[in-house]
Design a binder for this molecule. Structure first.
Ligand code: ACO
Length: 400
């Protein structure tokens, strides 16, 4: 990392992109696996379906597609990136970092790369870290990725968790500039008294993996749903408001809120807490469920590509998650939102490869409970549905 850029006072979002796997897991599919039903899931969560990564896909491969799309949207080449930050709670391996794998997969030769661990708040934490690097003059262009492969860490006998989560990745490029705009205000909190409300007990130093930890199912995500719900509804609006206050704005100034996509009732509580109508909240959880650290950047990319954000708008991204953590960033948008469609189209997912060691065969990663669905004879081919007709000419980024 050698930006030689000097100090730049403002950190702008100049690129964005996202990737979701093709395979869809519907509420009807889940009805065949656990004692649940579509009506309960839709009423209590708003989720209708979620995506499931195929056997050849990993957190790194999805993150690399989303990241390269964000780089193309920004009108940059991979080697323009000084730093890669990847937020995830489902890394490919304990080590190396998933960010390091992404660096190689996108063909970057010069960036520093590291993972950020703050569960579903991870993307906001990584975004704040990117701002700090950029405004300190330590980096000019930072690639910030949120990527998750949660469907391999779920207990498909636990109806309280397995219905909620899905796979995917989103990314932004944060670029330094002397032009005003970009990230205006950040707020982050951590409340460790919530530490065991969402956790994955085994696999770490406290409980290394063993036949016994597997027998106990301690390698799956556990969650106290009601307590998590209470934390989210208590915290999210306040976290967003503090970020907006630091930006010198009020909630009325925010064109669009992009909240963590965990539960429609939590998002409705945020709107109520901010005294704003639901049309100021971006929602896509019906299509993807909760993709943890990927949910905010996927939603941000879709909101931009759908024309919900215009140059000059202030937006607020806000998330909560295990820890308990919460985080929010208020951002002045400065780049033509139409650029994202060309950025998506510029990267074919089949062109991305995450290297494996030659002498190692990974075991089949698909959970047995999902095997039948993943083996559908005629895989659903779901198009990217945020792409609006027309092929806009790639234009230079307004911030360089
Ligand atoms: N289908 C049918 N019934 C169910 C299901 C299901 N999938 N899950 C639970 N139930 C039952 C319960 O057993 C309970 O039955 P009972 O009354 O007979 O005991 C009843 O439904 C109500 O259960 P609650 O847990 O009270 O349901 P609630 O309305 O709280 O909804 C939910 C549960 C959706 C999990 C909610 O609490 C929630 O969204 N919590 C927040 C979770 C969240 O956002 N997690 C993300 C964390 S971010 C991160 O860092 C990973």
């Amino acid at each position: 990392m050698n930006p030689e850029s000097g100090t730049m006072r403002h950190a702008h979002v100049t690129g964005w992109g996202r990737y979701v796997p093709e395979q869809v897991l519907t509420n009807a599919d889940l009805e065949k696996m656990v004692d649940t039903n579509d009506e309960w899931i839709v009423t209590r969560t708003g989720i209708r379906e979620r995506r499931v990564a195929a056997a050849h896909e990993t957190t790194a491969s999805m993150g690399a597609v989303a990241g390269l799309r964000a780089i193309r949207t920004a009108g940059l080449d991979p080697d323009d990136i000084d730093l890669i930050l990847l937020a995830t709670l489902t890394p490919d391996y304990w080590m190396p970092s998933t960010a390091a794998l992404v660096k190689e997969a996108i063909g970057n030769q010069r960036a520093a790369a590291m993972d950020i661990s703050a569960a579903c708040s991870g993307f906001v934490y990584a975004f704040a870290t990117a701002q700090a690097y950029v405004t300190a003059g330590l980096a000019k262009h930072v690639l910030v990725i949120g990527a998750e492969l949660l469907t391999r860490f779920l207990d498909y006998t636990d109806r309280g968790t397995c219905i909620l989560f899905g796979d995917g990745a989103g990314a932004v490029v944060v670029s330094g500039s002397d032009e005003p705009g970009g990230s205006l205000g950040i707020e982050m909190t951590t409340e460790p008294q919530g530490a065991y409300m969402i956790w994955l007990p085994a696999g770490g130093a406290k409980a290394p993996p063993s036949p016994e930890t597997i027998r106990r199912g301690e390698h799956f995500i556990r969650m106290e749903g009601r307590e998590t719900y209470r934390f989210a509804t208590r915290t999210l609006a306040a976290t967003a408001m503090e970020s907006i206050r630091r930006a010198g704005l009020t909630a009325d100034d925010i064109r669009l809120f992009i909240p963590h996509q965990a539960n429609i009732r939590i998002i409705e509580a945020v709107a109520k807490g901010l005294d704003l109508p639901m049309d100021r909240m971006f929602v896509n959880l019906d299509k993807y469920g909760n993709t943890s650290a990927a949910s905010v950047p996927i939603a941000l990319a879709e909101a931009a590509n759908e024309g919900r954000i215009a140059v000059g708008d202030a937006i607020c991204i806000v998330a909560f998650g295990a820890g308990f953590t919460s985080g929010a960033a208020t951002i002045r948008w400065t780049v033509d939102p139409a650029r994202g469609i060309a950025g998506d189209a510029a990267v074919d997912p089949s062109s991305i490869h995450v290297r494996l060691p030659q002498d190692w065969d990974a075991v089949d990663p698909i959970p047995p409970a999902l095997a039948e669905i993943m083996a559908r004879p005629d895989p659903l081919n779901v198009p990217l549905d945020d792409v609006v007709p027309g092929e806009p000419e790639p234009a230079p980024a307004s911030v360089s």
